[in-house]
Design a protein around this ligand. Structure first.
Ligand code: VAH
Length: 313
């Protein structure tokens, strides 16, 4: 049966691309986009769009009833760097929005939930290389704490109420369609914009800070294939590790230099260095590969080519 989808946070970095991809698959009228404000007029004009506050359960419930929603993708969140500045707001948005959706699924108002987690659930005591699916998790950021708590609740609602909730621990995501929004990994988006605009980039992380990253095309494909997988193949109901490509600022700068010869990078680490230092350098995603056939496609060369050609246009 064709799902009727609601995307909450549809104007965000993942939400805006997820909306377009899901509309391509299921048809525009099957995918209702929503956000707290309409700051993506192209998206709002391209199909059903609602102004929706992810922390307002009544608003969400009436939107679900009005549109006959079956599947909800809850993409609204405050990311790591901004969350350190506004801990209370971050906890309220990241947690209460999730409780509203999990409760609606528990009460059979919706059938299926997607909720994004992050490699931010890992902390300084987590093994840094090839970080396992199950390991020590002592996140030291507001964002990471909220994502770890959210994962525990997703698994609890699945085990105790049979809620069909599915989740991915996204690495740092790189995309060109939206401007960066408060993430620590956003240097890997900014650098392409600055390389084209100024031929140089001042990086807020130090040159050797290796982080797990992924191109948005891979992330969207993973999200949709997880949501389309048979329920009994989704054996992990907290959240799946997912890996794309790991690199540090000096490595991405070197690849950009091959495409923009005069490009130069300088380093001026700020408060985001401490956040990045608490995260792993690479991820073991064998569970996602084994359970639902995940395979990443974009390496750093392919990411750079696609970013520069799209930003140039
Ligand atoms: C952030 N882009 O930087 C997000 C992501 C792993 C990082 O969760 O906060």
């Amino acid at each position: 049966m064709t799902p009727k989808i609601l995307i909450i946070g549809a104007c965000g970095q993942i939400g805006s691309e997820l909306t377009l991809a899901l509309r391509d698959i299921y048809g525009v009228s099957q995918v209702v986009a929503s956000d707290i404000r309409n700051n993506n007029p192209e998206l709002a004009a391209s199909g059903p769009f609602e102004i929706l506050d992810a922390t307002n359960k009544e608003q969400i419930e009436s939107c679900i009833e009005e549109h006959g929603i079956t599947d909800v993708y809850l993409m609204a969140a405050m990311l790591s760097a901004t969350a350190e500045k506004y801990p209370d707001k971050a906890w309220n948005l990241n947690m209460n929005s999730l409780f509203h959706i999990l409760d609606l699924a528990r009460d059979k108002k919706i059938k299926k939930v997607f909720w994004p987690s992050s490699i931010a659930v890992f902390g300084p005591s987590t093994p840094k290389e090839h970080t396992p699916q199950q390991t020590i998790m002592e996140p030291s950021t507001v964002y990471g704490i909220s994502k770890l708590a959210g994962e525990r609740w997703c698994e609890y609602y699945h085990k105790n109420y049979g809620v069909d909730v599915r989740s991915i621990r996204y690495p740092g995501l790189i995309s060109w369609k939206t401007l960066p929004g408060g993430g620590t990994t956003d240097y890997a988006i900014d650098i392409y914009h600055q390389a084209l605009e100024k031929g140089s980039y001042e990086c807020f992380l130090d040159e050797k800070t290796t982080l797990p990253m992924m191109y948005m095309d891979d992330a969207i494909r993973a999200t949709i294939s997880l949501m389309q997988a048979e329920s009994d193949s989704v054996k992990i109901r907290s959240s799946y590790n997912l890996a794309g490509v790991s690199f540090n600022p000096s490595e991405i700068a070197a690849v950009i230099k091959k495409h923009i010869s005069g490009f130069s990078i300088s380093y001026k680490p700020d408060f985001r260095q401490k956040i990045a230092d608490s995260w792993p350098g690479s991820i073991d995603d064998s569970a996602a590969r084994d359970h639902w056939g995940w395979e990443s496609k974009f390496d750093l060369e392919a990411i750079t080519k696609d970013m520069l050609s799209n930003l140039r246009n």
